[in-house]
Design a binder for this molecule. Structure first.
Ligand code: NAD
Length: 498
């Protein structure tokens, strides 16, 4: 059995807590490796190494720090195929999706290569007699990131890219369900020239998360995962005086107005609802057709399109999506499907009970489609995170606007229409953080920022973009005066008021 170990101080370190987690092969449905689960003492060693590494790293000028990231980009591109295979083998997403996971993380690394420019402060000459004021962004010291299973490459890079470029040392606590790629990323950063101790990977579960939140030398924690845990982590970290940024779950809606281009909608919905087996925080698991005629047309076309979807192993080049991550997650999704039936929604396409020939134990689920889902249903209010699309019919634009606005989650939403005026009004009024207009998965590019509203995001700074740089730095403002002599009486006024 392969052991997946921590990466501390530039080397692989075996776990000493005596605790391990199982890492599955979701295609075969069996355990393929064991991952060490750290305790507080192991975290302590990683923090000590990070403190040492950070002091020297912060002294390296930003342009030289950026060169490490440029080299990391070259190495990641060199190893793209191997990394994608490793990612697919633990997560279950198909190879094209695994490459996308790596590529979108890489885009944040590319953004972070601009760090000399991004760290520049403001300057005012002559803020008073002989007085100049300037601001500088300084690193926080040692910071940490706790990441979910569904993007084991992209989300760690969202975090460590801007954090390390800004001069911090970073402790990554990746998901224990697919921990191999995060370790490879840290090894590649070392190969790219990052000094030892600046990027450490500590595996673990709730125990080590608790230790991170209480550790006095960790100054900030970025978290991405499900909402209940995000909220708890946010509160606990803040109570320990840390800067916190915690992204949570989602239930993204796609509104379809009667004038939408239906071919475009169907093609977008297939990828957005079922891609990566629905295990994306920016998936579109709810579609809201406006008006009965739109609903009937949409439903008929969805049923037709779903019949053409191919579920395969994560290495099947023709598969649209692969297995879900674990047997426990599959059982949870099936529980929601049954709950939907029990609470009266109409299960139009039932994807349960499928076994993949040659991979009978694999965690496969075919696509499911529900119609006549209503806002009071638990299966509508909660996140399913599987290949399940729900149709919620709306009578009017106002009702369609209200659904995502009133939902507990506010990550992403999309409107499909040819009417610019309606789209503009929707984008302005909807209470959701990321809005698409005829764009099914409106993930902002690396130089904007990613963040949901309501229970999809706790804290006020988004992931990546300028907010990423702001999160991992603090601003110092210096007011300086170089006296020319001639001071006479004691001065009781502010120098800048003179
Ligand atoms: P999760 O909440 O189970 O785990 C996230 C992280 O928290 C993992 O590192 C895990 O080890 C740790 N963790 C688990 N239980 C914990 C506990 N009780 N206390 C402290 N830490 C704990 O999430 P997941 O299943 O890995 O990922 C899927 C979830 O993440 C979905 O809800 C999805 O919507 C969300 N997600 C959100 C975004 C976003 O940016 N908003 C992006 C990706 C995924």
């Amino acid at each position: 059995m392969r052991n997946i170990e921590h990466f501390i101080g530039g080397r692989s370190v075996a776990g000493t807590s005596g605790r391990h987690g199982d890492v599955f092969d979701p295609n075969a449905g069996r355990v393929q490796a064991r991952v060490a689960l750290a305790d507080a003492a192991e975290l302590d060693r990683a923090v000590a190494s990070a403190v040492d590494g950070q002091r020297a790293w912060a002294q390296v000028n930003p342009q030289r720090r950026a060169r490490v990231l440029f080299e990391f980009k070259r190495l990641l591109e060199r190893d793209m195929d191997t990394l994608a295979r490793l990612l697919s083998s633990e997560h279950g997403k198909v190879l094209s999706d695994a490459r996308g996971d790596l590529q979108r993380g890489l885009e944040v690394i590319e953004f972070s290569c601009g760090i000399p420019h991004l760290l520049k402060g403001e300057y005012t000459q002559g803020a008073g007699p002989g007085i100049d004021v300037f601001s500088a962004r300084q690193p926080l010291g040692v910071v940490a990131g706790i990441t979910p299973f569904n993007f084991p490459a992209m989300i760690p890079m969202w975090m460590f890219g801007p954090a390390i470029a800004s001069g911090n040392a970073f402790i990554l606590k990746p998901s224990e369900r697919d921990p191999s790629v995060p370790v490879r990323l840290a090894e590649l950063m070392l190969e790219a020239g990052l000094p030892e101790g600046v990027l450490n990977v500590v595996h673990g579960d709730k125990d080590v998360v608790e230790a991170i939140l209480a550790h006095p030398l960790i100054k900030a924690v970025s978290f991405v995962g499900s909402s209940d845990i995000a909220q708890q982590v946010y509160a606990r970290g803040a109570a320990h005086g840390k800067r916190m940024q915690c992204m949570g779950g989602a239930k993204n809606h796609g509104i379809v107005l009667p004038d939408a281009d239906i071919d475009h909608v169907i093609s977008d919905l297939m990828g957005a609802a079922y891609g990566s087996a629905g295990e994306r925080c920016m998936a579109l698991p709810v579609v809201v057709p406006v008006g009965e005629e739109t609903a009937e047309r949409l439903r008929a076309r969805l049923v037709e399109a779903i019949a053409g979807l191919r579920v395969g192993t994560s290495f099947d080049a023709d598969a649209h999506y692969g297995p879900v991550v674990t047997a426990a997650h599959k059982a949870r999704i099936e529980g929601y499907i049954q709950a939907g039936v029990d609470e009266g929604a109409e299960l139009v396409v039932d994807g349960r009970g499928f076994t993949m020939p040659g991979h009978e134990q694999g965690f496969f689920l075919k696509p499911c489609l529900f119609d006549r889902v209503t806002p009071d249903m638990r299966t509508y209010r909660e996140e399913i995170f599987g290949p399940v699309l729900q149709i919620v019919r709306a009578d009017s634009f106002e009702q369609a606007l209200e659904l995502p606005s009133r939902h507990q989650y506010g990550n992403g939403v999309t409107i499909f229409t040819r009417n610019g005026d309606a789209a503009r009004e929707f984008a302005e009024r909807v209470e959701v953080g990321m809005v698409g207009i005829n764009v099914p998965i409106p993930v902002p590019v690396a130089y904007h920022g990613f963040g949901g509203w309501k229970r999809s995001g706790f804290g006020d700074l988004n992931q990546y973009g300028m907010d990423g740089v702001r999160f991992y730095t603090r601003t110092k403002i210096v007011t300086q005066r170089w006296p020319r002599g001639g001071a006479s009486a004691h001065d009781f006024t502010m120098p800048t008021m003179q």
